[in-house]
Design a protein around this ligand. Structure first.
Ligand code: SAM
Length: 317
């Protein structure tokens, strides 16, 4: 929903909302559209079944989706493909308790709920902005996902980890520069973009680091996905590197997941040079995914996944 107003979206992505329907029913509802094998082939009347995210489909931006009954009644949710990465990477299993630390408007929260079929687990969704938290509640309701979502209006960094002894998974998608969103200057080599306001980026990355580190201090946390819709290394790989080098994070046994655990077939990974201080920079970059605006069919995006073993959890506690 962050982007549905965008005119020059190359693809309109939507996912079947498993809190309200099944993949089969959605395929039937959109059965009049002919399947194509890549999103570049999309035109009105065609549909692409995404190969990376289950139950995600792409149509031509001019396809009438927003006026469809499926959309109006929350059986499908319009969400950029890359923005679907975090919940898919976390992939909560029935019974899991997870936290979405920065939740409004709720795209990733309701996507997480889809993995829990709305009832088999719980999601605590933090949102510090009161008016945005209302949107989050509305969106969760429209998605039929209030069976597992509890909205917590407040600052996630002020939460007490001991109040959440059973929470194992986290999506942390904090405020960022939004430089991956269309209409802003970008190119492949945006790292040297003059327009980048270094001071603003430094502030944002400091906040991003703090909020992820707080999530990493929860007693049973063992898997965490960090994401931004920024294309700048400063908010992405550099935050990851700072976390991995942080003594508190290290002492808790956190490490970056291997490529195998984070959409392995997706080609565009983290910037290798940002991990030059590590023994195997290529492997570290493999623990991150990137998406380029437009070329990859949607917004510019970054995600990295961290994990720690049950053994390191018991050593800390
Ligand atoms: N994950 C959302 C989605 O997919 O729909 C988008 C999240 S947006 C990038 C970041 C959100 O985090 C904003 O709504 C912002 O108000 C909220 N936020 C920022 N700092 C926060 C904090 N300390 N605690 C909780 N929420 C925070």
């Amino acid at each position: 929903s962050e982007l549905i107003e965008e005119d020059d979206t190359p693809v309109r992505w939507f996912r079947a909302n498993l809190c309200k329907t099944t993949r089969e029913k959605i395929l039937k509802e959109f059965g009049h559209l002919d399947q194509v094998s890549s999103f570049e082939e999309l035109e009105v009347g065609k549909i692409y079944h995404d190969e990376y995210i289950p139950n995600l489909f792409g149509v031509h931006p001019k396809e009438k989706i927003v006026s469809s009954d499926a959309y109006l009644n929350g059986r499908i949710i319009i969400q950029d493909r890359a923005s679907c990465f975090p919940a898919h990477i976390l992939h909560p299993s029935p019974g899991d308790k997870v936290i979405d630390a920065c939740a409004a408007p709720g795209n990733k929260t309701t996507h997480l709920a889809s993995y829990l079929n709305n009832i088999q687990g719980s999601i605590t969704a933090f949102e510090k902005n009161e008016s945005r938290s209302k949107t989050l509640k509305m969106m969760s309701e429209k998605a039929g996902a209030l069976g597992c979502i509890t909205v917590n209006v407040g600052d996630f960094t002020a939460s007490n980890p001991e109040d959440f002894p059973d929470v194992t998974g986290f999506v942390v998608d904090p405020s960022c520069s939004g430089s991956g969103i269309f209409g802003r200057a970008f190119d492949e080599d945006s790292k040297t973009d003059d327009a980048v306001d270094e001071e603003r980026l430094a502030k944002l990355s400091g906040f991003q680091f703090t909020i992820v580190r707080h999530a990493m201090s929860f007693p049973s946390a063992k898997r965490l996905v960090y994401s931004t819709c920024s294309i700048h290394a400063q908010e992405n790989e550099r935050v990851v590197v700072d976390l991995l080098n942080d003594p508190q994070v290290k002492s808790r046994g956190w490490r970056l997941c291997s490529r195998q655990k984070i959409i392995p077939d997706w080609k565009r990974r983290g910037f290798v040079e940002e991990f030059s201080s590590f023994e195997d920079p290529e492997a570290m970059a493999g623990g991150c995914v990137r998406s380029l605006p437009k070329v990859d069919g949607g917004i510019g995006f970054f995600a990295a996944a961290f994990e720690r073993t049950d053994e390191s959890i018991s050593q800390v506690s």
